[in-house]
Design a protein around this ligand. Structure first.
Ligand code: ZN
Length: 231
């Protein structure tokens, strides 16, 4: 939970859409465990809302003109000299171009090193009985299959709302989240791109508080391109 923000604060819900400047193009709920993808044009904003709190949203981006250009965790981390994604972080592609910038976040930081859960990693970490459990990689592949992509197009992803602290000796943890109901992150696209979200189905570690829940996504166009007088 972010400092100074109470879980039951009336200011955190239920109308974050009204706080987002611009004309609303999409306002959708991603059901628990489900994949989602959508085109974002340069200048459009995507707000992802952690509706019930402590829900990881695994996230990838691909350039629309050529999807061999895609989000790069390594380039993003190296450029900002920090492993956490915060307000102002510029999300870079594997070609070093700006794909998006984090324009707002009510959660202090987000992860981009913890990776996406898969049936295989679940089996290794949590036992063979988890092999049949749906996982983020399957969600990404579900989206990819509808857009001509496949396993070779999987790259290191962002985990919105996931808390992966790094100790001084470099040890990683996946621990209780610092998000809460109604908190959100908002991106502005710096190029035309496809955003892909896996609403993480993980039930074996605290990234979803052991209980996957819905995410809400709102896409807005900048005011300057909205119709005059639009509300
Ligand atoms: Zn996952």
């Amino acid at each position: 939970m972010a400092p100074g923000i109470a879980r039951d604060s009336p200011h955190m819900s239920p109308t974050p859409a009204s706080q987002s400047p611009g004309r609303v193009l999409e306002d959708e709920i991603i059901p628990a465990r489900a994949p989602w993808d959508h085109v974002l044009r340069r200048g459009e904003r995507l707000r992802i809302i952690d509706v019930e709190g402590n829900q990881s949203g695994d996230f990838l981006m691909y350039a629309l003109h050529d999807d061999s250009e895609r989000y790069s965790a390594q380039d993003t981390i190296a450029a900002q000299g920090n492993i956490f994604l915060r307000q102002g972080t510029v999300l870079l592609s594997n070609e070093g171009n700006e794909m998006a910038v984090i324009t707002a976040t009510t959660v202090a930081r987000h992860d981009t090193i913890g990776g996406a859960c898969s049936c295989e990693s679940n089996t290794l970490r949590y036992g063979h009985h988890t092999k049949a459990q749906h996982a983020c990689v399957e969600n990404f592949l579900d989206s990819h299959a509808r857009h001509g992509r496949g396993k070779r197009d999987m790259v290191s992803n962002i985990n919105w709302f996931m808390n992966v602290p790094v100790e001084v000796d470099g040890t990683l943890g996946i621990v209780d989240g610092i998000s809460a109901p109604g908190l959100y992150v908002e991106l502005e696209a710096r190029m035309d791109l496809m955003a892909v979200i896996s609403n993480c189905p993980q039930i074996n570690n605290p990234c979803n508080a052991f209980n996957p829940t819905p995410l809400r996504v709102i896409i807005t166009a900048p005011i300057s391109s909205a119709c005059s007088g639009a509300s």
